[in-house]
Design a protein around this ligand. Structure first.
Ligand SMILES: [Fe+2]
Length: 274
C-alpha cells in the first residue's frame, strides 16, 4: 500500500487555516497575569508551532501529497490541545498527577466540534493519532494503515521535545522549571531498571523514572521508538543524543549504552524501523 492511499478524503487548505485561527483564540483564552503560568503556556504554544513545522518537513521528505500534509498538520496542531486546560486546572504537565492530556484534548475537540467538517475516516485518523501520541509504545501489530499518522506525530513530537529539553538543560541561568522537570528531583543516581532497558533497546516507561537523570535517559531511549528515516537524519544532524549524553553523569555504563545507540543511529535502517 502506498502511504498516500491512506488519505480518506479531501482536506481543504482553508480548514487547516480555520483550525489555526480557532487554536490561537482558544489558547488566548487561557492568558494569565502570572508570568510563570504564561511562560509555561507559551512553551506549549511554541511547541505546537514547531511540531507543525517538523511534521510538514517529515511529510515532505516522505513525499506525501498535499492532502496528507494538511492532515498531518491538523494532527500536529491539535495533538497537545489538552495541555492548556491541563495546566490551567492542575498547574502541571505531569499526566500522572493530573490526567491524560491526550484524552483531555479529545474531549476538548469533541466539545468544540472541531472535526465535524471532515469525513468519518479523516476524523478517525486524527482521533487515533492524538489518542496514541503520548503512549510509551503503540499498542498494535503495526498493520493498521491508520498507524502511519500515529507514527508521524510521535516522531515530530519527539523532535521538538528534544529541542525543548536540551534548550532547558543547556540554559545559562540556573532557574529551574518544575513544569519541564515534571517535579523530578535532581539527584545524582541513575536507576538500574532504566539502564537495563536501554541496554536491551527497550522503551523506558515513565513509572520507572525516579529523578532527572532517569528522565534524560528516557529521552535518550526515545531513539528506539523512531519510525522514519528522515527523523533519524534530523536527530543525527542536530546532535541530540550527544547533547543529552553531555548532561548525564560520567559513567562507563552510560558510555556503553550511548556508543551503542550512536552506532545504530549512524546506520541507515539501524534503528528499529516500523
Ligand atoms: Fe507535543
Amino acid at each position: 500500500m502506498q502511504i498516500n492511499d491512506m488519505i480518506p478524503g479531501p482536506i481543504n487548505e482553508n480548514s487547516v487555516n480555520d483550525l489555526k485561527i480557532w487554536f490561537n483564540k482558544y489558547v488566548d483564552s487561557f492568558r494569565d497575569d502570572d508570568p510563570e503560568i504564561q511562560q509555561n503556556l507559551n512553551l506549549k504554544i511554541a511547541h505546537t508551532e514547531r511540531v507543525c513545522r517538523e511534521i510538514k518537513h517529515l511529510g515532505k521528505e516522505l513525499e506525501l501529497e498535499a492532502n496528507a500534509l494538511h492532515l498531518a498538520e491538523i494532527i500536529a496542531l491539535l495533538h497537545d490541545i489538552g495541555r492548556f486546560e491541563q495546566y490551567a486546572v492542575y498547574k502541571t504537565f505531569k499526566d500522572s498527577k493530573s490526567e491524560n492530556h491526550a484524552l483531555l484534548g479529545l474531549r476538548i475537540i469533541k466539545k468544540n466540534k472541531l472535526l465535524n467538517i471532515f469525513d468519518p475516516n479523516t476524523r478517525k485518523i486524527i482521533v487515533h493519532a492524538i489518542k496514541y501520541h503520548n503512549r510509551a509504545t503503540l499498542p498494535s501489530d503495526g498493520k493498521d494503515p491508520f498507524l502511519f499518522y500515529d507514527k508521524l506525530i510521535r516522531d515530530a513530537d519527539k523532535l521538538d521535545i528534544w529541542h525543548v529539553v536540551l534548550n532547558y538543560y543547556y540554559r545559562t541561568d540556573s532557574q529551574r522549571n518544575s513544569a519541564i522537570e515534571l517535579d523530578l528531583p535532581d539527584t545524582p543516581s541513575v536507576s538500574k531498571h532504566i539502564l537495563d532497558d536501554l541496554h536491551h533497546g527497550r522503551i523506558i516507561h515513565f513509572e520507572h523514572v525516579n529523578n532527572l537523570n532517569d528522565f534524560k535517559l528516557l529521552q535518550m531511549g526515545w531513539i528506539f521508538d523512531i519510525n522514519f528515516e528522515p527523523t533519524r537524519k534530523v536527530i543525527s544532524e542536530r546532535d541530540y543524543l550527544k547533547k543529552l549524553r553531555r548532561v548525564l553523569p560520567a559513567s562507563s555504563e552510560i558510555d556503553i549504552i550511548y556508543e551503542n545507540i550512536i552506532y545504530k543511529l549512524r546506520q541507515v535502517g539501524g534503528l528499529k524501523q516500523k
